[in-house]
Ligand binder design. Structure first.
Ligand SMILES: C[S@@+](CC[C@H](N)C(=O)[O-])C[C@H]1O[C@@H](n2cnc3c(N)ncnc32)[C@H](O)[C@@H]1O
Length: 280
């Protein structure tokens, strides 16, 4: 659905929400994306400014809760996977893991070509060093993920595949086709993805967020194309050779202490984080 020439607006929004979390929310910090603000460059103040001025608005606070919980969950999981040093980010957007992690891990950033070109310009403008360990893989996930197979990943060893904030923009067929390819990775490979819950599984805050955000995303060329329930997602994993490790909502994606807060961040029943491992 995305225009080949226009970078992803939702990637910008997600990065702004991560940057804003460190500025407008009170401790405890859920996720410290210490490079998001500078990566946004000239546009940082414009987009973080919405959070400064209207940070209590349910859509902006909801966005901060969603992006911080999913990233925290995923990076914590990678840190806990001893011996796994390959990190694949599908639909990487402005994810900054590679530039915070240095050369400790091999990172493969997969994204729509226009968004990846834009990110690389932003990195250059910010003067951010590109670690040797980063490989950029431009491709359209609607057209298949086979390009990842020749990208230099060591297919004899497991990886963590991060797929955050993307499945809602893809058809079920494209999600299944991507899972089919990842399902052929070395046993021990794990995937962490998030998905939007079917409307009947959302709470009032989740439904209000969806009603406000989905039409705007569609207008900007990134419509929500799929939502799931946990059972349907489990079946999709099973079909493509994965064992589900867990599926958690925003509340349970991070430790309970992070929700003892004096600010407006609250978990909503809107999206789920699912983690599954390639069957041995
Ligand atoms: C909401 S952003 C999420 C970015 C990042 N994962 C994060 O958590 O901030 C969605 C990302 O999915 C990418 N994306 C959407 N549809 C895609 C497609 N068909 N092929 C490749 N990337 C796609 C966009 O380019 C964008 O980077």
């Amino acid at each position: 659905m995305m225009n080949d020439e226009i970078p992803s607006d939702t990637a910008l929004m997600a990065a702004a929400a991560r940057a804003a979390h460190l500025i407008v929310d009170q401790p405890p910090v859920i996720f410290a994306d210490t490079l998001a603000y500078e990566l946004l460059g000239d546009r940082a103040e414009e987009f973080v400014g919405y959070h400064r001025l209207h940070g209590d608005h349910p859509v902006l606070a909801g966005a901060r809760a969603a992006v911080t919980t999913r990233s925290r969950y995923t990076e914590d999981r990678f840190a806990a996977m001893t011996g796994v040093d390959q990190y694949v980010i599908l639909g990487a957007g402005l994810d900054t893991f590679a530039y915070r992690a240095g050369d400790k891990s091999r990172v493969f950033e997969v994204d729509h070509p226009a968004t990846q070109r834009w990110k690389r310009r932003l990195l250059a403008d910010a003067g951010t060093a590109i670690p040797d360990a980063v490989t950029y893989v431009p491709l359209d996930l609607e057209k298949g993920v086979d390009g990842l197979l020749g990208a230099g990943l060591d297919h004899g060893r497991p990886a963590l595949v991060s797929w955050l904030g993307v499945t809602m923009y893809l058809t079920r067929e494209a999600i299944g086709a991507t899972l089919a390819v990842i399902g052929g990775f070395a046993p021990g490979t794990e995937i962490v993805l998030d998905y939007m819950l079917d409307p009947e599984l959302r709470d009032a805050a989740g439904q209000a967020y969806a009603e406000a955000v989905a039409p705007v995303a569609a207008e900007r060329g990134e419509p929500w194309l799929s939502t799931f329930g946990p059972r349907e997602m489990a079946a999709l994993f099973d079909e493509h050779g994965f064992d589900v490790a867990e599926q958690v909502g925003q509340r349970d994606a991070v430790e309970a202490a992070l929700w003892r807060r004096s600010d407006v961040l609250r978990p909503a029943a809107l999206s789920m984080v699912a983690r599954a491992a390639v069957r041995g």
